[in-house]
Design a binder for this molecule. Structure first.
Ligand code: UN1
Length: 516
């Protein structure tokens, strides 16, 4: 053994110790934990951070009842005043950004800048919602009747359910909750059972904002902690008129029909099988960076992750070998460590799915670069080497989403053909083209171009800003969250016709004269 003056271990403090210290600082009460509760694991090391007390079915129903009562009071609070609550929430999030961002890293395995970025998205949507709280306006509409006025008014809708996934454990809640709350709804949140701690921490932050606000109706923001059966209670409860669910298409197939059966509004944000096209004129340096982030960022676990890459045959041999090199040299490992770009997968099941998809790709003639377990970590965390797979065609696993860092690369020669291939998968979330050719760029974002909810030019498909509406078409579910006019899904619209005259003209010239 060689002697060294360096500390014996430069390893950071234990994940569990650090996470528990953050939870205490953020004000999560001890009562949230119980030795018999659900274990909250860190994917960084596989260790148990804490055992979280789960919500029982009866408690879940009671929470929905409280949220329903809270809605009835909250809907009468003027919207800009509701916005003040969200302004305070934004302030609390700013104050807690480092801690909450770090907790996202510890619990979801995101690299440090992505953990912080996630909290930044929460702050940004709060700012957006504060402005929105003074802009919930409808139209006045020309009426065909004399001495009449016709207008639309927007009213609070009710309890908004939110089911979120592990990969954006707190931001997805905020895109829904910040809007729903300024719109006058109450919010019941069922976070992923894999990320209970960040949910508890967020709830503690919400409670601080509520206190500073001077108190909000009890039950305005509820959190249900548990597995699928708890989510089902939220999906099936008639007191929840709108539910936003983020997760796989398989989950959406279960949730969607149940909501439809009771005529509840569904905001579904499901799987993506996002593609990028690299055209002959592309700036290849820029494309390379855009592709690397979109395909390997968040260890391939964003719903907007780039999964399919179509490269024009004239630039294939310039771009793809460079990409293969980047895949071989990207820093994998502890997401807390400086320079790490690819952290752990959420669990072993995610790795097994990745392996299965790669086996299928090989069987379909794919040439796999990278892939397999990255074992240079001294713990139980599951780390994968990102895989780039050169595929002869869009077959087998290429047509579906595998929630792991696999990028399938294919050659193309004709623009119309590649657009058809681009659109020939079930999902329709996000897409992009790298080109300096104006015609191609415009065609890609036109009616006959990409069929996705997000279509970008010269940036990758992931990392959307909150200002735009977020969501996708086809098997992605059709829901929209976040910016633009996504708020309308959280309100009910009333068309009001007001007669300020003394006669009663009927619409469409109908005559219905009774003796009165
Ligand atoms: C998700 O993965 O569920 O556009 C959402 C992005 C992020 C949102 C991803 N702003 O990549």
């Amino acid at each position: 053994m060689t002697a060294s003056l360096k500390p014996v271990s430069s390893a950071p403090a234990s994940v569990a110790d650090e996470a528990r210290a953050i939870l205490a600082r953020l004000g999560v009460p001890e009562s949230a934990f119980a030795s018999t509760g659900r274990p909250a694991l860190s994917p960084i090391t596989g260790e148990v951070i804490a055992h979280v007390r789960e919500t029982t079915p009866d408690e879940a129903k009671a929470a929905i009842g409280r949220a329903d009562a809270a809605f009835k009071a909250w809907r009468k609070v003027p919207a800009p005043k509701r916005g003040e609550f969200i302004r305070l929430l934004g302030e609390e999030l700013r104050a807690a950004k480092d801690d909450l961002g770090r907790l996202v890293t510890l619990e979801a395995g995101k690299i440090v800048s992505e953990g912080l970025g996630e909290v930044q998205e929460m702050i940004d949507i709060c700012d957006f919602a504060v402005g929105l709280s003074r802009q919930l306006y409808g139209l006045t509409i020309a009426t065909e009747r004399a001495d009449h006025r016709m207008m639309e008014t927007w009213h609070p809708l009710g309890v908004c359910g939110v089911i979120s996934a592990f990969n954006f454990p707190v931001a997805v809640w905020s895109w829904n909750a910040a809007l729903a709350l300024v719109c006058g709804d109450s919010v019941v949140w069922k976070p992923s059972e894999k990320t209970l701690l960040t949910a508890l921490a967020t709830h503690a932050i919400v409670e601080r904002a509520a206190k500073r606000f001077g108190g909000v109706p009890e039950g305005l923001c509820e959190v249900l902690l548990g597995g699928r059966e708890i989510g089902e209670i939220l999906v099936e409860d008639h007191r929840v008129p709108v539910l936003s669910a983020t997760g796989s298409t398989a989950m959406g197939r279960q949730v969607g029909p149940k909501l439809a059966e009771r005529f509840a509004r569904a905001i579904l944000e499901l799987g993506g099988n996002n593609a990028a096209i690299v055209a002959p004129s592309a700036d290849l340096d820029l494309a390379l960076r855009g592709i690397a982030f979109a395909a390997m960022g968040t260890a391939g676990q964003r719903c907007t992750t780039l999964r399919r890459l179509f490269v024009h045959e004239s630039v294939y041999d310039q771009l793809v070998p460079r990409l293969v090199k980047v895949y071989g040299s990207v820093k994998i490992g502890d997401p807390r460590a400086e320079g790490t770009l690819v952290g752990p997968l959420i669990d072993k099941a995610a790795f097994d799915n990745m392996e299965r998809a790669l086996d299928e790709a090989r069987a379909a003639g794919g040439k796999v670069h990278g892939g397999g377990r990255y074992t240079d970590v001294a713990n139980e965390g599951v780390y994968a080497r990102p895989a780039l797979v050169e595929m002869p065609s869009q077959t087998g696993p290429v047509t579906r989403e595998t929630f792991a860092p696999i990028l399938y690369v294919m050659r193309y020669s004709d623009f119309d053909e590649v657009i058809a291939l681009h659109n020939a998968v079930g999902a329709g979330l996000s897409s992009s083209i790298f080109t300096l050719n104006l015609r191609e760029a415009e065609a890609f974002v036109s009616a006959a171009g990409s069929d996705c909810g997000i279509a970008n030019v010269n940036i990758g498909p992931s990392g959307a800003e909150i200002g735009g509406a977020f969501g996708g078409e086809k098997e992605t579910g059709g829901g929209r969250e976040s910016g633009s006019d996504a708020w309308k899904a959280y309100m009910r619209r009333a068309t009001n016709t007001i007669n300020y005259g003394s006669t009663l003209p009927l619409a469409q010239g109908v005559k219905f004269d009774v003796d009165a």
